[in-house]
Design a protein around this ligand. Structure first.
Ligand code: PAF
Length: 261
């Protein structure tokens, strides 16, 4: 049997459910894991505030009838603080890796543990976590896991905001402000396709954020989608993506958009 794994931290939304639906259609057995992984949070208050609602999650999953929902306790996964450390060199140094020190070490540890515990043949990730996808691809290769990775497109609200468990923390005003991430990506993509200079585009996005008191830009970068290497222009040889991270109020959001010439 093929075993599809959908790793999540709960607070499930339609984006997660797309992954579950994909696993159901591609695999004989579908396992969904729900575990808010403490080792990938570099900020303790972010971990404490992370939305949790297991009953709601199980209710949402019922419709998809997964074969197993794996909801371990922190003590079961981490009987001791792991000594092993993951370092993804160039892949993990930019973007999220640069702004959330230790984040990808924690992702590497939990994903490896889930692979060993649940023995998936297939694993499903969302495009929204582009750098995480690149990291997990490499982890699978470097550690010789016999696992196929499938990336599912980002699910967006009607106005374009990428669905995220963190959106639940936005006030109604912040929810409308949050659209600045999507609008910046659309603007950047259009400009790049028209041949604009990336640094001019970046500067304009920076200015837009400075005019918005409820939002604070953390980064906006143009990268090669596979290697996460920052670049200053799009080329026909490589798929490039614009990646953005920003605080809206106290909530940190990320998004990305692929641009191909
Ligand atoms: O993308 C997430 O929700 C998490 O990083 C993951 C992959 C479930 C690991 O905790």
């Amino acid at each position: 049997n093929s075993v599809g794994l959908v790793p999540t931290m709960g607070a499930l939304h339609e984006g997660h459910l797309d992954l579950v639906a994909k696993s159901k259609s591609d695999s004989d057995i579908t396992v969904v894991s729900i575990f808010v992984n403490p080792t990938q949070f570099n900020d303790i208050s972010d971990l404490e505030k992370y939305p949790r609602n297991l009953d709601n999650d199980l209710e949402k999953l019922r419709k998809f009838n997964p074969d197993l929902v794996f909801v371990p306790e922190v003590e079961e996964i981490y009987p001791e603080k792991p000594l092993v450390k993951f370092e993804f060199s160039g892949l993990g140094d930019s973007l999220e890796g640069a702004h959330r020190p230790g984040h990808f070490n924690g992702v590497g540890i939990i994903v490896t543990k889930l692979f060993h515990i649940l023995h998936p043949t297939h694993v499903f990730f969302g495009q929204k976590d582009l750098q995480q996808v690149a990291i997990v691809r490499r982890l699978i290769k470097d550690l010789s896991f016999d696992i196929n990775i499938t990336v599912v497109p980002t699910r967006r609200a009607e106005d374009g905001l990428a669905l995220s468990s963190r959106n639940a923390r936005l006030s109604p005003e912040e929810r409308s402000t949050a659209l600045i991430l999507f609008n910046s990506l659309i603007y950047a993509k259009d400009e790049l396709l028209k041949g604009a200079n990336w640094f001019a585009v970046k500067e304009k996005i920076n200015r837009r954020f400075l005019e918005e008191p409820r939002a604070k830009l953390e980064y906006v970068e143009l990268v090669k989608s596979e290697t996460m290497e920052t670049v200053s222009s799009i080329t026909p040889e490589d798929s490039c993506s614009i990646c953005i991270a920003a605080f809206v109020g106290e909530t940190r959001l990320i998004d990305n958009m692929t641009v191909t010439v």
